[in-house]
Design a protein around this ligand. Structure first.
Ligand SMILES: Cc1cc2nc3c(=O)[nH]c(=O)nc-3n(C[C@H](O)[C@H](O)[C@H](O)COP(=O)(O)OP(=O)(O)OC[C@H]3O[C@@H](n4cnc5c(N)ncnc54)[C@H](O)[C@@H]3O)c2cc1C
Length: 389
């Protein structure tokens, strides 16, 4: 069982520890274990369960729209992701995407946009998605080609988006498209596109090593009302980066949850696996591994909750670009190492399909790539350092 002493760290308020304890108990009862079979159905079910449990209220901002608070509490979403990831990767994914997919609406939506979408997201009645990446524009967001042209009171969208989580099951997508006010990143705008809008189709479903709903979207003369634009025309890059600034730290928290689960599994196995007349944990080689894993987990937790706490100090307005990048970089890379070490301790059992460490090994890999790959985080940290210097 994971050590919970970190909840007494000064980064947290009393209600954060209570939130973690309540969710931990709820998750053990409702979402523990991997989901086999139809991933779309499992995801829809998880979103509904998380809505009924009241947890999705934390994924949106604004009590008037069903949110737990007026702004998104970064420490709360991090604790929720960490806890869900420890129990079930798909449950963490379902929670995270409700937040990421509606984050731009919480931050930049008009009252009408917020009233229409956020209560449904918070109840688990509508599934959200965030559509930024394109086949030729992943790390290089400014190379985006999907275009939106204003015609009367509608924008007409043409182009593609790929790697879109919840693609195929989402009820709406927050889509970023080039509106051309200025070249590069300054000529992009953000829109809410309902999944049933004519001209929006699922061009391809993408199967990945840890199954999640994922798709390539195609927009062909897809007409979106101008009042579904989020923020000003040409401000879409700012909308995307502000949304990622909130949720990037929570990717670190999910990695932390996966790593904690791996350490729990490793400890349980190492203390009962008999060999050479003693148990695996009696060997100093094993102890060195366990020490390394625990130290990596604590440094990830310190970086993650430092970034979350710092953001919350400014009621969500503090800029935490460098701190969030450090947390994501360190926590995802460390979790990969911790999980690999745990799997190694299981020997042959570690690679058997369905074993917890085998699932974690597949689950963690994409976190080092999405929402800004490790190399991109390194560039962000260096850029911020050089600005400060
Ligand atoms: C499972 C999964 C879910 C996803 N969900 C979503 C989603 O919901 N919405 C969405 O919009 N996108 C999503 N993505 C897309 C994700 O954000 C992109 O995959 C990511 O930004 C990287 O883009 P790319 O795949 O085009 O790789 P590329 O940009 O081609 O990068 C390839 C490699 O080059 C490295 N690199 C980049 N810049 C530099 C540099 N300057 N110097 C050296 N190396 C560099 C990268 O770090 C990477 O290792 C998802 C991806 C995955 C795998």
């Amino acid at each position: 069982m994971s050590d919970k002493n970190y909840l007494a760290w000064p980064f947290f308020d009393a209600h954060h520890a209570a939130l973690e304890a309540a969710l931990d108990a709820w998750a053990a009862q409702h979402v523990a274990g991997a989901h086999a079979g139809d991933v779309d159905a499992a995801c829809r079910h998880l979103v509904r369960q998380l809505g009924e449990g009241g947890w999705l209220r934390h994924a949106i901002g604004g009590t008037a729209y069903g949110g737990a608070g007026d702004t998104i509490d970064t420490r709360a979403i991090c604790l929720i992701r960490e806890t869900l990831a420890r129990h079930n990767g798909l449950a963490d994914f379902a929670f995270a995407m409700q937040g990421l997919g509606s984050g731009a609406i919480s931050l930049f939506g008009s009252d009408a946009n917020r009233s229409e979408y956020l209560p449904r997201v918070a109840r688990g009645d509508a599934i959200a998605a965030f559509a930024l990446s394109e086949p030729q524009a992943g790390s290089d967001v400014a190379a985006m080609q999907c275009a939106a042209v204003l015609e009367g009171d509608h924008y007409v969208l043409n182009g593609e988006k790929t790697w879109i989580s919840n693609g195929g099951i989402a009820d709406f997508y927050v889509v970023f498209a080039r509106t051309g006010e200025q070249p590069g990143a300054r000529g992009i705008s953000a829109f809410i596109v309902d999944a049933d809008t004519p001209g929006l189709t699922i061009a391809e479903r993408i199967e990945v090593m840890a199954p999640h709903p994922l798709a390539r979207l195609r927009f062909s003369d897809c007409r979106v009302p101008a009042n579904k634009r989020l923020g000003e025309a040409g401000q879409g890059f700012k909308v995307a980066m502000a949304t990622l600034d909130v949720f990037r730290t929570s990717v670190a928290a999910a990695a932390l949850g996966f790593a904690r689960r791996a350490l729990d599994e490793a400890l349980a196995h190492a203390t009962q696996r008999q060999m050479f007349g003693q148990v695996l944990a009696d060997f100093q080689l094993t102890q060195a591994k366990l020490a390394q894993m625990a130290t990596g987990i604590d440094t990830s937790a310190l970086l993650t909750y430092r970034a979350a706490w710092q953001r919350d100090q400014g009621k969500g307005n503090n800029k935490v670009t460098k701190e969030a990048a450090m947390a994501k970089l360190h926590a995802t890379e460390t979790a990969q190492q911790v999980i690999d070490a745990a799997l190694q301790m299981f020997g042959g059992l570690g690679v058997v399909s369905g074993q917890a460490v085998e699932c974690l090994y597949r689950e963690i890999r994409a976190l080092r790539i999405y929402e800004g790959a490790t190399e991109v985080q390194q560039l962000i940290i260096a850029r911020e350092l050089l600005k400060e210097g």
